[in-house]
Every structure is written in C-alpha cells, then in structure tokens.
Design a binder for this molecule. Structure first.
Ligand SMILES: [Zn+2]
Length: 256
C-alpha cells in the first residue's frame, strides 16, 4: 500500500457509517480524489477540525489496489476558511458554489497547479469587505476556462469570422458565440462591456479584480453567460448557483 503526502483543499464531506467521513479533496499533487477518514466523526477524533470544507490541509493517505476511495491516515491544517464561510451566509454560499464547480467540472486524478492556485488565491481574497459577487464571477470564468468549457469569444461559432470587440455577440443555447448576422439577435447577449470584464478577469489576480469590481449589472450578465455554459455542460442546474445569487441579492437590498 503506497503512502502519499499531499496538500489539499477539502471540497465536500459526507457521513459514512457510524463515525467515518468521506472527503472530496482537491490535491495539488494528484488532482481531485475521494478519501475516507475512519473515525473522523468521533468526539475525540485524531483529525480534529481538519476535515471541514474550505480547509487547506497537508495529509498522508494510502491507496488500496482497485479501490476508488483512498484512506486518509493523517491530516493537519495549513489554513482554514471554514470559520469565514460559517460566519457569513453569503461567503458560505459563495464557497459552496465554488466547491460544487470544482466537484462537477474537474476530472478525477488530474493534477493542475493552476487550478490549485486559482482556488487558493480566490479563497484568500475573501475578506471582511470583499465583493463576493465579483470573486465568484472571477472564479467561475477561470474554472470553466481551465476545465475546457469556456467558449472562445474571438470567433463566431457558425461562420468562423473573427468577432469585433466593439460589437455585441450572442450565445446560442449550447453556449456557442455567434456574430450579429448569424444569431439575428437571438440568444444571450454579450456586450462589449461584459467582454472587457472577461478580459480583465483573465488578466488580473482575484484580489485586484474584486477591489475595483465592474458594475453589478455587468457581473449579472456574466453570471447568465456562465449559467448557460453550466446548464449545457451538466444538462442540469447547480442549486448552489441559484442559492448564492439569491442570498447575495437579499443582503444587497435589505427589506424595510
Ligand atoms: Zn457568424
């Protein structure tokens, strides 16, 4: 049974049997994997609070031949965003949605240092006054792009002509970009302003993007665009997408 050391984010956890836990981990060294932590739900577990979502840990695990689940033998906290997620419903919903995107769109056992750094930098940018709307949209664009699901907006998907940076483009139901002629104005409209927001996201680190966020309606259009890609790729919606957007709007416009 080979032992492995790794650094990882806990993305999700599930209860198993009486006292055990299954964790979905994003490891830096081996990509996404599922591990079981025996006894992790016991009162005096040797894992303590290591295996809570949004915690970065260093861990040791071993693989058994032919088993899908690895076995986690040791874990220590590197840093935790769990309290932050628990302390703010909006930040908590944002992080849950980010976890869901990782769980759904990243392949198992395919390490990507870029994805790992994206998650680290985005979680680090969640501070007391951080714009969670901007950070979630930032993460969404990058994750879908790195996972290979983000369309190339520089060419029309139908006539293959380059799209003009100054003109609207439209996305058909399958997320393919179309020029004004091919789309006849049907589909989700992507304005030049939204495209320049996407360019900023691809050029800036998350903290800087969230410090000078674009107007909320640009971010809303970006969310529509991402929703289209998610829906088309998964053939269903992610509940955490809608939950984050609802909680965010509720806190932005307090009821009298
Ligand atoms: Zn066209």
């Amino acid at each position: 049974m080979p032992l492995h050391d790794a650094q990882a984010f806990v993305l999700r956890t599930y209860k198993l049997a009486e006292a055990d836990k299954i964790c979905v981990l994003l490891t830096r060294q081996s990509g996404k994997l599922r591990g079981v932590a025996y006894g992790a739900r016991k009162l005096r577990s040797r894992f303590g609070s290591c295996l809570e979502p949004f915690t970065e840990i260093s861990l040791t695990y071993f693989e058994k031949d032919g088993r899908e689940l690895v076995s986690i033998s040791h874990a220590e906290i590197v840093r935790s965003h769990y309290e932050q997620a628990a302390g703010s419903v909006v930040a908590g919903a944002a992080m849950s949605y980010m976890s869901d995107l990782c769980c759904e769109f990243l392949p198992d056992h395919e390490p990507s240092d870029t994805v790992y750094r994206l998650l680290t930098a985005t979680l680090d940018a969640f501070g007391e006054h951080a714009d969670s709307h901007a950070l979630v949209r930032y993460f969404e664009v990058w994750l879908l792009k790195l996972a290979g699901f983000y369309p190339d907006l520089r060419r029309c998907g139908r006539c293959d002509l380059p799209t003009s940076a100054d003109a609207d483009i439209w996305l058909s139901g399958d997320g393919a970009p179309q020029c004004p002629t091919c789309s006849s104005g049907r589909g989700v409209r992507v304005t030049p302003a939204v495209r320049s927001t996407i360019s900023r996201i691809l050029a800036e680190p998350p903290a800087r993007f969230a410090e000078r966020p674009p107007p909320a309606d640009h971010l809303d259009r970006l969310a529509e665009f991402s929703l289209l890609i998610i829906r088309h790729s998964l053939e269903r919606d992610l509940k955490s997408f809608a939950l984050f957007n609802r909680l965010r709007r509720d806190t932005e416009t307090p009821q009298p």
